[in-house]
Design a protein around this ligand. Structure first.
Ligand SMILES: *[C@@H]1O[C@H](CO)[C@@H](O)[C@H](O)[C@H]1NC(C)=O
Length: 280
């Protein structure tokens, strides 16, 4: 990536509207999110990473019935094209085994099909969870994805990483090295692969199941992709450019605790607490 590409590749957009730009390959980042005390910290970090990346479209989907003002404000401040959608979990899938993030991603699939089916827009789809850490180089790696590309992810449970296994001889992916293989054909993390937009759109049955641990595997199977078609990135999967960092849960400030401070009314504390509470 050359240093001038940033300013030159800024695309014009209307907040909340899809972008159609046949000249460029856009990366469609799908970020599921939900309201919690650490959300503002995670989303701020991700949004400011994305400000460094040209030619992207950010699809942020909340697991909620009403959109959050703080998320909308953050998207408006960020200056990248975006769609702010709602994808609440259906009542039938509120249990632990259904997993978070699936309803959000399914809503993003719907939106992509509504806006890009029967277009020639060049693009790549990537699941960018809000609590991961991204080296901006990963986005240029995935931009050339023809079908499905894959790359290592750092900080994955007991192995400390998850990666495709690449044959030195052929340069092809021949298997997976991941702490959890289970019954998975594609033992990869959500952050470890990207999918060509037009390929995704051509696979009408592509979907993601409500099944913790098997979301990636079933999704890739539903795309009908074969292992020999996978494209290794990040120097034949020898570099880690994305990490599954996970933010530790934290407490929300509480007005009742503020009230333990005497004479607080003539201080900054009420405003600070109210601003924090508004974000949740
Ligand atoms: C990946 O491996 C293949 C096969 O050994 C080799 O031809 C190619 O140059 C390698 N690519 C990179 C970027 O290291």
């Amino acid at each position: 990536m050359n240093s001038s590409s940033n300013s030159q590749h800024r695309i014009s957009f209307i907040p909340g509207e899809p972008v159609h730009d046949p000249e460029r390959t856009l990366i469609f980042l799908i970020t599921p999110t939900y309201t919690r005390p650490t959300q503002a910290a995670d989303m701020t970090r991700l949004s400011q990473t994305l400000q460094l990346v040209p030619d992207i479209f950010w699809i942020v989907v909340e697991d909620a019935h009403n959109s959050s003002r703080s998320v909308e404000d953050l998207l408006r401040r960020t200056n990248v094209p975006y769609a702010h959608l709602l994808g609440p979990r259906p009542p039938t899938h509120l249990d632990k085994r259904s997993g978070r993030g699936v309803s959000n991603r399914l809503r993003a699939f719907e939106w992509l099909r509504e806006n890009y089916s029967n277009t020639t827009q060049k693009g790549v789809i990537y699941f960018a969870d809000d609590d991961n850490a991204y080296d901006v180089r990963i986005f240029e790696e995935m931009r050339s994805t023809r079908i499905v590309s894959m790359f290592p992810v750092g900080l994955i449970s007991t192995l400390g990483l998850s990666t495709p296994i690449v044959s030195r001889k052929s340069g092809k992916i021949i298997g997976f090295h991941d702490p959890f293989i289970g019954r998975r054909k594609f033992a990869v993390d959500m952050a470890g692969f990207a999918v060509n937009l037009q390929f995704f759109l051509s696979q009408k049955k592509a979907t993601m199941p409500y099944k913790v641990g098997y979301e990636e595997d079933y999704f890739l199977k539903s795309l009908g992709v074969q292992i020999w078609q996978l494209e290794p990135k990040a120097e034949n999967c020898t570099q880690v450019l994305v990490w599954h960092t996970k933010t530790k849960p934290a407490d929300q400030p509480k007005l009742s605790l503020m009230k333990k401070v005497t004479n607080y009314t003539e201080t900054n504390l009420p405003d600070l607490y109210n601003n924090q509470l508004e974000q949740s």
